[in-house]
Design a protein around this ligand. Sequence first.
Ligand SMILES: Cc1cc2nc3c(=O)[nH]c(=O)nc-3n(C[C@H](O)[C@H](O)[C@H](O)COP(=O)(O)OP(=O)(O)OC[C@H]3O[C@@H](n4cnc5c(N)ncnc54)[C@H](O)[C@@H]3O)c2cc1C
Length: 496
Amino acid sequence: MNSNYDVLIIGGGVVGCAIARELSKYDVKAALVEKEADVSMGASCRNSGVCHAGFKYAPGSLRAIVDVKGNAMMDDLCRDLKVKMKRIGKLTVALNPEDEPGLHKLKERGDANGVPGLKVLNREEMQKIQPGVNGVAALHSPSSAIVSPYNLTIGLAENALANGVNFHLGQEVVAIEKKPEGGFVVRCKSGDAFETKVLINSAGLYAAHITDMLGISGFKIYPARGEYYILDKRLNGTVKCLIYPAQSKSAEHSGGGGAHLTPTVDGNILIGPTAQYLDDPEDYACTADVMAQLRREGQAILPAMRGTDFIRNFAGSRAKQTPPEVGGNADFIIEDRKDVKGFINLMGIESPGLTSSPAIAEMVAGMVKNHVALNPDPAFNPVRPGRVDFFEELSAEEKADLVAEDPDYGEIICRCEKITKREVLDAIRNPLGARTLVSIKYRGRASMGRCQGGFCVPRIVRLLRDEFGWKPEDFLERGKTSPMFVGNVRPKGGAA
Ligand SMILES: Cc1cc2nc3c(=O)[nH]c(=O)nc-3n(C[C@H](O)[C@H](O)[C@H](O)COP(=O)(O)OP(=O)(O)OC[C@H]3O[C@@H](n4cnc5c(N)ncnc54)[C@H](O)[C@@H]3O)c2cc1C
């Protein structure tokens, strides 16, 4: 038996980490278990990074409530965690007059949900916000924003850790026993086990596996993959706000928003996501047909796009509760189960789960209070030191001072993103102890630029070797199933 907790969270996505951070405000023994080598390896690193305003969801639904609240909480949260966020607003565009009544319906919904500042704009008004945009009218939502989804998740986790929550990475929950006297024994694939009074299911695409382990029937998740293209920063600034088409019939069925252009906080543009139901929740393939379709659609909206601007693709899976024949979206389930005392169950947290995560966390903490005392911890510190972006944030003088103080700021490791050796070393020495190439990339942006690691990855490998004395087989791209070096290694000075 490893440890005994008051509260154990299964799943280190943005929702699980937001819950961990919320619980870290209290004097309670809490921990989080995550099957992957780092937090933010599921849907939380594979999405559009949009902080939705909340006008799309049915008034009174849980999705509407936690989205609008989460959106409003995001400025303070991102400031405290030193996570990049920008309130750039969104235009939902009616491409032809038939789409226009839909904009007024969306506005009515949004007003009912308490979304601030919604306005239907005519063509001239919308073109003032985004010059050159096509369409006859648009709904403008100034509270729509963009945020770095993996930075937010990592920020929440690091702040929770600093405030006393334990993180057990690389621990896949495979069985759960209910103890006769109350509480749970949670068993992991590694052989380790954790005892807890309260158990929170925040396992995203695998949430129904967790309810199955407890003998709770009736849940099923239908994964729906969304594919994306990432565009080079050359086009940074061309898309000034979020631009979505007014909901098409096919997008309504898939429960996605329809393919669109989304600027990221780091200056790239995303095209996507598409929506396709699949059996495998972790089939993240990007397919030739979809990629060609995204190129076509993207270039139709933004003709300045060149073939060389497409620098990478990725995919994420939505944890849907509705099967393909039904389509659309079901409401979030967030419940303190009466039949299994101490089990808090989160199911179907698809979009807007990123936006809603801080509000969901507050709601879950309210449920935890039904089972264990949550007394505020006076030592709680909401602020995470975070990373100084050497090139973006500092003046020439500040840069020179830092280089004089620490010469590692004077050496560039990632040329495309201008990331210094000090920033990469800080990412390598992260407090959660995550050591994969992807962990380092998400923490410091090295290898995220135009050359996608061609220049910096060998240098990062060298830094990791020097830091930990690793052998080739120790280097992992994402986790245990993605070794960076396979096959025979040539002995020093010898033949292969
Ligand atoms: C294509 C796409 C676009 C989206 N766009 C947006 C958007 O723009 N704005 C927005 O608000 N939302 C968006 N979303 C939704 C958002 O990404 C999710 O709602 C959110 O990331 C869900 O977080 P989570 O923590 O519930 O799940 P996840 O991030 O999937 O985390 C669940 C974690 O549980 C772990 N886990 C699973 N099983 C086990 C086990 N047995 N033992 C231990 N750990 C386990 C997984 O490894 C995973 O890390 C989008 C989603 C997708 C797929």
